[in-house]
Design a protein around this ligand. Structure first.
Ligand SMILES: Nc1ncnc2c1ncn2[C@@H]1O[C@H](COP(=O)(O)OP(=O)(O)OP(=O)(O)O)[C@@H](O)[C@H]1O
Ligand SMILES: Cc1ncc(CO)c(N)n1
Length: 273
């Protein structure tokens, strides 16, 4: 038996390297997990916005999945951008009996405001994929859509978390606080207890791919056998440092720094030059 742990991301691409498949693979590497990927859509995008999206044929997505699965069975899976109903149904079918941790980042809209999922598919992700999730990581607008009420307070974040677990069937959920006011407080609920992971709000527009990076880190930690709570706790630290030491790149919402946590305690000089 190999001691090497591996993780698979099923998502869209970001050629500018800050979000999507590219962010996931960088994060897996940083967390010392062997990274693998199945591409759903190829996206021409950068830190400014999304220029065009091409969905890969469904049978080819399946072929990529089978190529990985029949050779190297991952220790955990994550899904990010899955744009269409048929992609969602394929993935649900492929992973439903897999018995490995499954993290869903229910990506609907890019930070730039561009849609990454067909609006009609939102109900399908809710009804077919969410019940399979070990952890689902909606931001506030995504959680609002899933539960159908608005989220303004920490109590609302908690109520949304309850609905997502008890009514929609996810094993656990992190309702992220990136879009709230004040501190960035994420609420984890596993059906029994609430756990809160908080950081100061970092004043930066370098937040391209924060959600992808955070959920990829959770996936990597689950692949290594950590508990859900440990994985989320560590991932919150990872993303906070990635934002804190974000890179001076791009003309829009710049990328985070996937090796930022290694700089903790070190001056930022040398990174920002
Ligand atoms: N300005 C900030 N300061 C500190 N933490 C932040 C900030 N913005 C986001 N976060 C944290 O980053 C993580 C991702 O949250 P966020 O709500 O931004 O995800 P997202 O909207 O799905 O990201 P994206 O769609 O860009 O990938 C969470 O842990 C959140 O608390
Ligand atoms: C492919 C992809 N997935 C997710 C996001 C959300 O940040 C993005 N911008 N691009």
């Amino acid at each position: 038996m190999s001691h090497v742990k591996s993780a698979l991301t099923i998502a869209g691409t970001d050629p500018s390297g800050g979000a999507g498949i590219q962010a996931d693979l960088k994060t897996f590497q940083e967390r010392e997990v062997y990274g693998m990927s199945v591409i759903t859509s190829v996206v021409a995008q950068n830190t400014i916005g999304v220029q065009r999206v091409i969905h890969l044929p469904i049978d080819f997505i399946e072929e990529q999945f089978d190529a990985v699965w029949n050779d190297i069975k991952p220790n955990a899976i994550k899904t990010g951008m899955i744009a269409t109903n048929e992609m969602m149904k394929l993935i649900a079918h492929k992973i439903k009996d897999s018995q490995i941790p499954y993290v869903i980042d229910p990506v609907m809209i890019a930070k730039s405001g561009d849609p990454l999922m067909e609006e009609a598919s939102r109900a399908v992700i809710r009804d077919t994929l969410l019940p399979l999730a070990t952890v689902v990581t909606p931001n506030v607008p995504e959680a609002e859509w899933l539960v159908n009420f608005s989220i303004k307070t920490i109590e609302d974040q908690k109520e949304a978390a309850r609905v997502i677990v008890h009514q929609l069937g996810a094993q656990s959920v992190v309702v992220k606080g990136g879009h709230m006011e004040g501190e960035a407080k994420d609420v984890l609920y596993d059906g029994e207890a609430f756990h809160y992971f908080s950081s100061e709000r970092i004043d930066t527009h370098h937040t391209h791919g924060t959600g992808c990076t955070f959920s990829a880190c959770i996936t990597a930690e689950l692949a290594k056998g950590r508990t859900i709570k440990e994985s989320v706790e560590l991932s919150k630290r990872f993303i906070t440092d990635a934002i804190k030491y974000s890179l001076e790149l791009g003309k829009g919402n710049g990328p985070t720094n996937h090796w930022g946590y290694r700089l903790q305690g070190l001056p930022t000089k040398g990174v920002r030059q």
